[in-house]
Design a protein around this ligand. Structure first.
Ligand SMILES: [Zn+2]
Ligand SMILES: [Zn+2]
Length: 105
């Protein structure tokens, strides 16, 4: 036999219109970064344009000055996948624009 209170509780939970709408965004996302725009992204090397030293070696002094440089791997420290494969990848994924331009292969 089901207790009347248990029964009404089950009804509330089962029929609540809010039950389906409880689609809350995943809590505890470590770093909140602003997604970059399509033209700020180097689609060839899959990194932010202002950190793509493969395209533009002239960026290196600025990155060094900003203490965002891994001299061991010749890459910006914040996206150095060799130093921090997981963290750097998460950083890149968080920054990558959602829309890829059509002319990019
Ligand atoms: Zn590039
Ligand atoms: Zn490194």
């Amino acid at each position: 036999m089901i207790h009347p209170i248990t029964l009404s509780l089950l009804l509330i939970l089962g029929c609540s219109p809010f039950a389906a709408a409880a689609d809350t965004p995943a809590a505890g996302e470590a770093t909140k970064v602003e997604r970059l725009k399509t033209d700020q992204w180097c689609w060839t090397h899959d990194v932010p344009k202002d950190k793509c030293v493969t395209c533009d070696r002239k960026l290196i002094p600025a990155l060094k000055k900003a203490k965002d440089w891994c001299s061991e791997h010749e890459a910006p420290e914040s996206i150095c996948v060799k130093c921090d494969p997981k963290g750097a990848k998460a950083q890149i994924d968080a920054l990558r624009p959602t829309e890829k331009p059509k002319d990019v292969k």
